[in-house]
Design a protein around this ligand. Structure first.
Ligand SMILES: Cc1cc2nc3c(=O)[nH]c(=O)nc-3n(C[C@H](O)[C@H](O)[C@H](O)COP(=O)(O)OP(=O)(O)OC[C@H]3O[C@@H](n4cnc5c(N)ncnc54)[C@H](O)[C@@H]3O)c2cc1C
Length: 464
């Protein structure tokens, strides 16, 4: 969508083919058949550091559909709340001093250790060690306490990267902590969509694309992409129709991209590849995420969202009064609980997971004890994101390929970002830049990251 938008802005005629009925991909919703309401597969959030997503939403006039929260709330298993906010007049990363003091669930010695670990992280180059170094190896090297690992590093990194600490690459974890918390004051602010993702992307973004003249064809699966020389590529649809274009952007997830390419195209991409071979793309592993959707007869917490510590439930988001599925005319208080790096078999054990989550909520929130659960639904996605395992960056291809008429996009292509909407938008902007360059327009579409504040510039060491 981001590539289509930017190319259409530059006067290109663009057709977008989407296999599903609605736009949004993994950041999408489904329509609940009985009430017709959009239900997100899973809550999505952005952060202040996601400058390209913000730019894309701004261009399409959709930024106001996100609400900014400047405080994150942590709740420990005894129900005690700690607020993670900042001191706005202190330069980054000193602005986090308030957050550090406010983390009541951590012992004082752990809070001091956390400040020191942040400092070490900033002073360590992202290329440190070989590419097999995991964040857990690194934390252990600095004798990080188990309490700090379980109560801070685990919840923050697992929910950001959907992987266990013993598998997350050091560089991916450092990216989240340095860019997401340390570089600029507003970097960690949460941006939460106030409408379902289906309304955001399938209705409003589709409208913005159509207004720019993009031909949007949903429910249209591409079967194969073929290369027809340097200046032409074709796609074959599942219906058998074949369409020719000057340029094709393959913007499907890592597990599907290789299988869409004709044998000739695959061979051409491999012959002069500047990145991994096509076969290597599938070496990226998947991270799973499960969302438990709950409708209670009354509000169970006063906060808009919270991080739940040392529980199977990791984040909870309150979504207000919403229609209950299969109960026309009935609205109840809707919550989503998100579990990243969920067990692979979560799908087959959804009721057990739902029971566990409800039990945890009742133990933490006094209001939940007496609340009646009207409806529950579990959506487990085993291939939610690519896993940022140590060494995985080697399997992420750049957007430009050896074949001039074929470009890649998608969160899994090489962007420096983990699997996020921000990474997906960056990849789309870069794919559009490649295509514009081929038509003689050299322009930078990708937006700079948030500028580092003076103290952060001095403290953070980016290269050797
Ligand atoms: C459960 C979950 C929670 C997440 N939470 C967050 C979050 O809080 N914040 C965040 O920033 N990111 C989050 N993400 C990640 C985010 O959703 C993705 O990084 C982003 O949507 C990737 O966009 P994409 O365009 O690269 O790929 P996709 O969204 O996967 O889009 C690819 C599209 O290609 C279509 N397609 C596939 N094959 C074909 C074909 N043959 N023909 C036509 N179309 C095809 C698919 O239907 C899909 O719509 C989450 C993801 C999941 C699954």
């Amino acid at each position: 969508m981001s590539a289509a938008y930017r190319l259409a802005e530059h006067g290109h005629q663009v057709s977008l083919f989407e296999a599903k009925r609605s736009l949004g991909g993994r950041a999408g919703s489904w329509r609940e058949p009985s009430t017709g309401a959009w239900l997100d597969h899973c809550q999505h959030v952005s952060m202040g550091c996601c400058t390209n997503l913000a730019d894309f939403l701004d261009r399409a006039g959709l930024r106001d559909l996100f609400h900014r929260f400047e405080v994150m709330h942590f709740i420990d298993r005894h129900g005690r709340q700690s607020d993670f906010g900042c001191i706005p007049w202190l330069p980054a990363p000193l602005h986090l001093a308030k957050a550090l003091v406010g983390m009541r669930f951590l012992h004082w010695s752990d809070r001091l250790q956390l400040a020191w670990t942040f400092h070490r992280l900033a002073r360590t180059s992202p290329q440190m060690g070989d590419n097999r170094l995991t964040i857990l190896d690194w934390l252990r090297k600095y004798r990080t306490s188990d309490a700090l690992i379980n109560q801070f590093w685990q919840p923050v990194l697992v929910s950001a990267l959907s992987e266990r600490l013993d598998r997350i690459a050091f560089s991916a974890a450092r990216k989240v902590l340095v860019d997401g918390f340390m570089g600029a004051r507003k970097a960690f602010f949460l941006e939460v969509p106030q409408v379902p993702l289906g309304e955001l992307y399938d209705e409003h973004m589709r409208g913005a694309l159509l207004r720019l003249g993009v031909s949007v064809q949903t429910n249209t699966r591409v079967k194969q992409v073929c290369c027809e020389g340097i200046a032409c590529a074709s796609i074959e649809l599942n219906s058998g129709v074949i369409d020719r274009f000057d340029q094709v952007i393959v913007a499907v997830p890592w597990r599907q991209a290789a299988s869409l390419l004709s044998p000739e195209l695959r061979a051409s991409l491999n012959s002069n590849a500047t990145g991994p071979q096509v076969e290597d793309w599938e070496r990226l592993e998947s991270g799973s995420i499960a969302a438990v959707h709950l409708w209670f007869d009354r509000p169970i917490m006063q906060l808009p969202h919270a991080v739940l510590l040392e529980q199977r439930s990791q984040w909870i988001f309150a979504r207000g009064l919403q229609p209950v599925p299969h109960a026309i005319g009935d609205s109840k208080y809707y919550y989503q609980v998100v579990i990243s790096a969920a067990h692979d078999d979560e799908d087959g054990r959804s009721m057990e997971l739902a029971d566990c989550v409800v039990g945890e909520l009742r133990a933490i929130f006094p209001e939940a004890k007496s609340a009646q659960l009207a409806y529950v639904q579990v959506v487990a996605q085993p291939h939610a994101v690519f896993s940022p395992t140590a060494g995985s960056d080697a399997w992420r291809p750049p957007q430009a390929t050896a074949v001039g008429s074929v470009t890649l996009a998608g969160d899994w292509t090489r962007t420096g970002w983990p699997a996020t909407m921000e990474g997906a938008v960056i990849s789309g902007y870069r794919a559009a830049e490649c295509i514009l360059a081929q038509s003689g327009v050299r322009t930078k579409l990708e937006v700079e990251s948030l500028p580092r504040e003076w103290l952060a510039r001095w403290l953070i060491r980016d290269c050797h």
